[in-house]
Design a protein around this ligand. Structure first.
Ligand SMILES: Nc1ncnc2c1ncn2[C@@H]1O[C@H](COP(=O)(O)OP(=O)(O)OP(=O)(O)O)[C@@H](O)[C@H]1O
Ligand SMILES: N[C@@H](CCO)C(=O)O
Length: 305
């Protein structure tokens, strides 16, 4: 049996819109083996409602690789399980896409390189900031010119912890992107470039006290605040409650706070829950440490379970 495990990811980290991403330890897991006819089984509560046929996003990702490699997929059994809540800003679509692509590449005997897989996934997603950490793990800075992605991966400091506030409601990325303006002033552009660069430098150097200032953003968060009740209050108040910095995770509605790993996050949790309750919303607050491995493949397609 072939098993492919692909992590969740948080993109943007403030101003690093479409170019910064961090891999997180929740994962989507695919299990595949040969079968007389193709069968697709999404399992578990989080995948309820996702298609159990060839229109499933994971299988569509597999077909993208088959088409690029000009090789047909054999009939197969595909089980999909996920710990990543859908449409919450935690890279569920990137994990499904990258997992499916890596799985197809394994099934077909690895016709594509990792670089080719990353380029294909970036083209499908439109930007590399979730797919690159989903494939490569760790913290990724990546550009994308519409054809090829150029990633640099490094491991975040051991002292970096992550707190997520994951609301119960969903927000499709397409809707959250539609809320953004198509043009920005020079001042906002300079603000974005400088803050994204400073965020990357803070994470690369371990100068974590710079994060609160570095993670300021004028590019997407102000426009998405209307779609995420409580966002502005959290971004303004989190540092006073122990966060090193805070940002909307990807397209939202999850909000990400960094904290010092090993330190108490009780005050931060109480603050985040208080904002959620004040907005009349429900959700969960989770402490995690970054994923460092990216997509992991185990076993082979030849072995039946
Ligand atoms: N494991 C999966 N199997 C099938 N479809 C999936 C799976 N994971 C995600 N999807 C599809 O992707 C959609 C969510 O993608 P979307 O880009 O809106 O959000 P996200 O990837 O969770 O968040 P973000 O891109 O902001 O991090 C789901 O509604 C579903 O259609
Ligand atoms: N950079 C993307 C991440 C979500 O896919 C966005 O914020 O829209």
């Amino acid at each position: 049996m072939l098993t492919v495990r692909t992590p969740a990811s948080t993109a943007n980290l403030g101003s690093g819109f479409d170019c910064l991403g961090l891999s997180l330890p929740l994962a989507t897991t695919l299990r595949l083996w040969p079968a007389p006819e193709t069968e697709i089984k999404p399992l578990g509560d989080l995948l309820r409602g996702t298609p159990a046929g060839p229109d499933n996003y994971v299988y569509q990702a597999m077909e993208v690789v088959a088409s690029a490699a000009e090789m047909p997929l054999p009939p197969l059994h595909l089980e999909i399980e996920s710990e990543i809540p859908l449409a919450r800003g935690l890279g569920s679509s990137a994990a499904a896409l990258v997992g499916g692509m890596v799985a197809a590449n394994e099934v077909l005997g690895r016709p594509l390189s990792r670089t080719e897989l990353l380029n294909l996934a970036s083209r499908e997603e439109g930007h590399p900031d979730n797919v690159a950490p989903a494939l490569l793990g760790g913290f990724v800075v990546a550009t994308f010119d519409g054809k090829a992605a150029q990633p640099i991966v490094f491991q975040p400091p051991e002292t970096l912890g992550v707190t997520l506030l994951i609301p119960d409601f969903t927000l499709e990325t397409a809707k959250a992107r539609a809320a953004l303006p198509s043009e920005y002033s020079r001042a906002d552009t300079v603000h974005a470039v400088s803050h994204a660069a400073l965020t990357a430098a803070a994470l690369a150097s371990g100068e974590l006290d710079a994060l609160a200032g570095a993670m300021q953003d004028r590019l997407h968060q102000p426009y998405r605040a209307a779609l995420v009740p409580g966002l502005e209050r959290i971004l303004a108040g989190a540092p006073a409650h122990g966060a090193l910095g805070a940002a909307l995770s990807g397209a939202g509605p999850t909000v990400l706070c960094f904290h010092r790993a090993g330190g108490s996050t009780a005050g931060l949790h109480a603050f985040l829950r208080g904002v959620l309750e004040a907005e009349g919303l429900h959700g969960q607050v989770l402490d995690l440490t970054p994923d460092r491995e990216g997509t992991v493949v185990r076993g082979t397609f030849d072995e039946n379970p």
